[in-house]
Design a protein around this ligand. Structure first.
Ligand code: MG
Length: 112
């Protein structure tokens, strides 16, 4: 599935309901909610707060998926093309951080 198809599928889902997209403020709160849920799973799995025996096992993948859903929803609500957004962000990192990390290339040149 392409990112454009993801945006279309999310739009198809949300367009089925009268409420439509949340406001930007609520989108931020939704991101915070889902980030907290992901953080909880990370803490249980890798951190110092194991789950109680009666707590069900969560899924890091599903929590990442929830975050992705909200990011895609937010982009749709703002009428942003995530393909263009991603291309711009990668170009930023490739320029800004080209010499920041140790390249795997044995010649010592910047990563391809
Ligand atoms: Mg969640």
């Amino acid at each position: 599935m392409t990112v454009s198809e993801m945006q279309q599928q999310v739009d198809g889902w949300i367009s089925r309901f009268e409420e439509g997209y949340f406001s930007p403020q609520t989108m931020i709160l939704r991101l915070a909610e889902e980030l907290g849920e992901l953080a909880r799973e990370v803490n249980h799995r890798f951190g110092e707060k194991p789950k109680k025996p009666e707590e069900p096992e969560g899924s890091l993948a599903m929590e990442l998926g929830d975050l992705l859903f909200v990011v895609v929803s937010f982009a749709n609500a703002l009428e942003l093309d995530l393909n263009q957004v991603f291309a711009s962000v990668m170009a930023k990192y490739e320029d800004r951080d080209a010499l920041r990390w140790t390249p795997k290339n044995p010649s010592g040149g910047p990563p391809l």
